[in-house]
Design a protein around this ligand. Structure first.
Ligand SMILES: *Cc1c(COP(=O)(O)O)cnc(C)c1O
Length: 233
């Protein structure tokens, strides 16, 4: 009998081709773009398929779900927290994840810092920006971003590596372009402040629907679930 092979391997390879094409189109080196395979709700088998295709970086939204998978699969691959994080889960999160992309408030940053210090670690984070100002989205409002970054910069066990955003959903990939541009401009503004202990290297933006546009606008990290693992239930 033939071994059952999910579409994940093919999907992963085709996403990588699209990344490369988008990068080349705007004269960027495809290697400066990291692909986070968003595995929320996805089972172990499909995650293993993705790893066999070359996936090295996974994104999860819920600490509890992620914990089970990470215990099973281990740290041969990197894990990023991309979902809303409650402060009371900070301790678990710093022990599970290589990066927390969803830090959007000082109270959470302080708790991550406190827990990281206890574990003798320094945790890489991204500051999540609510770039559209939409009430339902998580992330710090753009006008409060600089002051949040300057506050977090004082925390010794937290290292800001850049910014993350999730624009409102639209079926039209072009719709997100203005938001991706705004995030890039915000990065430039923060870079201009020259905060000690703050890097603005990473721009995490772009998902299944719009990752090519995000790459054209400067994304260094894209977060893709559906195009790799299929539609979520
Ligand atoms: C689910 C999710 C993604 C991936 O979304 P797709 O449209 O399935 O690619 C990316 N980022 C965040 C924060 C998510 O919650």
């Amino acid at each position: 009998m033939e071994k059952y092979i999910s579409g994940v391997v093919d999907n992963f390879l085709s996403v990588n081709e699209r990344i490369e094409e988008a990068a080349v189109r705007v004269g960027r080196n495809p290697e400066e773009i990291k692909l986070v395979a968003v595995s929320k709700t996805v089972g172990i088998e499909k995650i293993r398929d993705a790893i066999s295709a070359g996936a090295a970086l996974f994104g999860e939204n819920y600490v509890q779900d992620a914990k089970k998978k990470i215990e099973e699969i281990g740290h041969e691959v990197e894990w990023h927290m991309i979902g809303h994080l409650q402060s009371n889960k900070a301790k678990q999160a710093i022990n599970l994840f290589n990066m927390i992309q969803s830090v959007d408030r000082m109270s959470l940053a302080k708790e991550i810092d406190r827990r990281a210090k206890q574990s003798g670690k320094r945790i890489s984070i991204l500051v999540q920006i609510n770039i559209s100002g939409e009430a339902t989205k998580s992330g710090v409002e753009q006008e409060h971003a600089v002051s949040l970054v300057s506050g977090i910069a004082n925390l010794a066990n937290v290292k800001i590596e850049g910014l993350m955003t999730m624009p409102p959903y639209s079926a039209d990939p072009e719709y997100a372009r203005k938001y991706f541009r705004s995030l890039k401009h915000l990065r430039e503004e923060i870079e201009g402040r020259k905060f000690a202990n703050v890097s603005m290297k990473e721009l995490s933006m772009g998902m299944t629907n719009d990752f090519e546009v995000a790459i054209e606008e400067g994304a260094t990290i894209i977060r893709v679930g559906t195009a790799i693992f299929g539609k979520r239930e």
